[in-house]
Design a binder for this molecule. Structure first.
Ligand SMILES: [Zn+2]
Length: 175
C-alpha cells in the first residue's frame, strides 16, 4: 500500500533535476463554461512549479460530480488517483518513482511455517514492484533464497516472478 505520493519523473525547465513532488495542490481556471485544471508539482531540487494537465477546455457540465470540489479542496487522495491514471501520465509525459513511497503489510507470520502455503498479494495502488522482493520481505527470506525456490519449482505462480508486477497475484510456496 502507498505511504505517500510517488515522485514524478519529468525534466525541470529551471534546473537539471528530473524529480518532482506533488503536494496535492490543484489549480482550476474557468473561462465562460470551459474549464482547465492542473495538478501542481514542485521540482525536488529548485522548487520550481510545473503544472500537469488534468482537464483541458472541458465543459463544466461534462466534469464528473465531485471532481471540482475535490480539486478546490486540494485533495491529496485525488492527486494520488490522478497520478496513477495512465491517461494523465501519457498526456503529461511523466513517469512515477515509487521508491520509498509504499510498504508491505503481511498480517503476521504465523502461517509461514506450514509445509504448503497459498498467498494472495493485493495492491492498494498499481505500484510496479519485483515479486521476488515482496516475497522475500513477506516470508522472511533472502532474495537469493526466493530465487532458489523458484528455480527448484517450489515457489510457483501464474505471473512471471522474475519481472515486475503492479497488480494482484497469487503464489504457492512448498517447503
Ligand atoms: Zn528544478
Amino acid at each position: 500500500m502507498p505511504t505517500c505520493l510517488p515522485t514524478v519523473l519529468r525534466r525541470c525547465h529551471a534546473c537539471a533535476s528530473e524529480r518532482f513532488r506533488a503536494n496535492g495542490k490543484f489549480r482550476v481556471n474557468a473561462h465562460h463554461k470551459l474549464l482547465d485544471a492542473w495538478l501542481l508539482v514542485l521540482c525536488a531540487a529548485c522548487g520550481d512549479t510545473a503544472k500537469l494537465t488534468i482537464l483541458e477546455r472541458v465543459n463544466v457540465r461534462s466534469v464528473r460530480p465531485g471532481l471540482l470540489d475535490r480539486m478546490h479542496d486540494n485533495d491529496p487522495a485525488l492527486a494520488a488517483e490522478l497520478l496513477q491514471d495512465p491517461v494523465v501520465r501519457r498526456r503529461n509525459r511523466i513517469a512515477l518513482d515509487w521508491d520509498g513511497a509504499w510498504r508491505l503489510e503481511t498480517g503476521g507470520s504465523d502461517h509461514l511455517d506450514r509445509e504448503v502455503i497459498d498467498i494472495s498479494v493485493r495492491f492498494a495502488a498499481r505500484i510496479p514492484v519485483r515479486p521476488v522482493r515482496l516475497i522475500a520481505e513477506g516470508c522472511g527470506l533472502s532474495r537469493a533464497e526466493v530465487e532458489g525456490l523458484i528455480a527448484e519449482g517450489r515457489l510457483v505462480s501464474a505471473v512471471r516472478l522474475s519481472g515486475r508486477v503492479s497488480g494482484d497475484f497469487t503464489f504457492t510456496l512448498k517447503r
